[in-house]
Design a binder for this molecule. Structure first.
Ligand code: GLN
Length: 487
């Protein structure tokens, strides 16, 4: 059996361009890996075999006719939060189990235009609410490094699929850490872009002021190739930014000599697992060897980020999810007695426990008399959190720390304890509140479980983040490790 699955997007692209492999062969290769392994992992909700083969044939034609772009013919997977025309788009929820999207998300149509083949839709926490991919209506995703543990979440299906090489890369979304934390727990590279860089059109909304789509792949180089496709102004998204988009692949080889890395004291405190801390320290030593300078900094309002997020995100989700009422589309209860019964039972039966918890918290926080005390206050504190970063970036180029306070935890371990689940995003959430870009890069292992180094950049500094991550990956091979059962 050929070893295409061991290759990065960049390597597969080179082979396709040289005619050493066809998109049809590659697509068959990955579809057969999915068939072989996904019964255990549950990383896909839907596999679109026929559509994938048709797209692959079209890509092969484009490659033959000289009409191919850099990613033409490579197959990837999309998180099931992105609308895909003619294909079920469930967002991990019973509410949308019967929803066949009539249109493509902008991200999906951009990949189609680039000739990229879609293998299927990946499993996720219901409406992207969760940190373990256990709130999915379709059952939990398992971490390929240790199937008794979670892959992180909410983009856990995408992370597990890429880590086990069932797909060379996938899309994800990150509202409070959902690209970076699962990337860390599965040992892959993930990038959450600056808010507004990637269109949210057709990306089912959770918390609109925080949601952002991004790439999940094996390497920073591959994330750059994907971001080249994903980024850019979209008139269909009112928060999309009108600005020039650089070639994200262009600066990967720049030297990082003299790079100033800020290390927030708050990210290395008692809440951090000591073995994870040692791995992160190892990565920082590597950066020092590459000529970077390490500077201690303070982000004094870090402690506010989880409480602020758990007001803002539920408030926005309660508004966004009000459209699922059993009337227009999505799940409808059997035999409604009257309109009230139709609303309450459709929502009561269609949503899972975590989603209901958030809707109730959010509705409360937005209700008359409480709005000022909760939502408005949270928005004010959000400014303090952004100001901390602004201040820090006056003095450093990037900020580094752990992506997650611990490695992957056991399935079921935190399901009954939402607070401890919420705390697993303690190092990622502030980045969303401030709208900054952040990455997670594989940096080592603790007891055979991957650990991710988080790299945070200033607004629109994706090129720098990718350069900083790529230079590390030129000198380490953590990102090339494949879990034993998937080699
Ligand atoms: N884990 C966080 C939450 O449950 C973040 C999820 C996300 O980024 N989509 O809300």
């Amino acid at each position: 059996m050929s070893n295409f699955y061991q290759m990065t997007l960049a390597e597969l692209s080179t082979m396709l361009q040289a005619g050493d492999v066809s998109s049809t062969e590659l697509t068959e290769h990955f579809l057969s890996r999915i068939k072989q392994h996904d019964a255990t992992l549950n990383s896909f909700i839907t596999v679109v075999k026929d559509q994938a083969m048709t797209q692959a044939a079209a890509a092969d034609n484009a490659l033959k006719n000289g009409a191919a772009g850099p990613l033409t013919g490579v197959p990837i997977a999309h998180k099931d939060i992105f609308c895909t025309r003619g294909v079920k788009t469930s967002c991990g929820s019973k509410m949308l189990d019967n929803f066949i999207s009539p249109y493509d998300a902008t991200v999906v149509s951009k990949f189609k235009q680039a000739g990229v083949v879609t293998l299927g839709k990946t499993n996720m926490d219901e409406f992207a609410m969760g940190s373990s991919s256990e709130t999915s209506f379709y059952g939990p995703v398992r971490n390929p490094w240790n199937i008794d543990t979670v892959p992180g979440g909410s983009s856990g299906g995408s992370a597990a699929a890429v880590a086990s090489r069932l797909a060379p890369a996938a899309t994800g979304t990150d509202t409070g850490g959902s690209i970076r934390q699962p990337a860390a727990m599965c040992g892959i590279t993930g990038l959450k872009p600056t808010y507004g860089l990637v269109s949210r059109y057709g990306m089912i909304a959770f918390a609109s002021s925080l949601d952002q789509g991004g790439p999940m792949a094996q390497t920073a180089e591959d994330c750059a190739l994907m971001l080249n496709v994903m980024a850019g102004f979209d008139e269909k998204d009112s928060t999309s930014l009108e600005m020039g988009i650089p070639d994200y692949s262009a600066g990967l080889d720049h030297s990082i000599e003299g790079l100033r890395i800020g290390l927030p004291r708050e990210y290395f405190d008692a809440g951090l697992d000591k073995n994870v801390k040692a791995v992160i320290q190892g990565a920082l030593d590597q950066y020092r060897e590459l000529g970077a300078e390490l500077v201690e900094i303070d982000l004094p309002n870090s402690g506010l980020s989880v409480p602020v997020y758990y007001v803002v995100a539920p408030a926005e989700c309660s508004a966004n999810l009000s459209r699922f009422d059993g009337v227009r589309y999505g799940y409808r209860c059997e035999d409604p007695q009257d309109l009230y019964d139709l609303y309450t039972r459709s929502r009561g039966e269609g949503f899972g426990a975590e989603v209901k918890r958030r809707i109730m918290v959010g509705t409360y926080a937005l209700s008359a008399g409480y709005y000022d005390a909760y939502y408005l206050k949270a928005q004010q504190l959000r400014h303090l959190i952004s100001d901390d970063f602004r201040e820090a970036f006056n003095n450093v180029d990037v900020i580094m720390g752990p992506a997650s306070p611990g490695p992957a935890f056991n399935l079921g371990e935190k399901v009954e304890d939402p607070i401890s689940m919420y705390l697993s995003d303690i190092y990622t959430i502030a980045v969303n509140l401030a709208g900054l870009p952040g990455m997670s890069v594989p940096a080592g292992f603790v007891d055979g479980k991957p650990v991710g180094l988080q790299i945070i950049g200033n607004y629109f500094e994706e090129s720098r983040l990718l350069n900083v991550a790529h230079q590390y990956q030129q000198h380490t091979d953590w990102h090339r490790q494949i879990p034993n059962n998937y080699k």
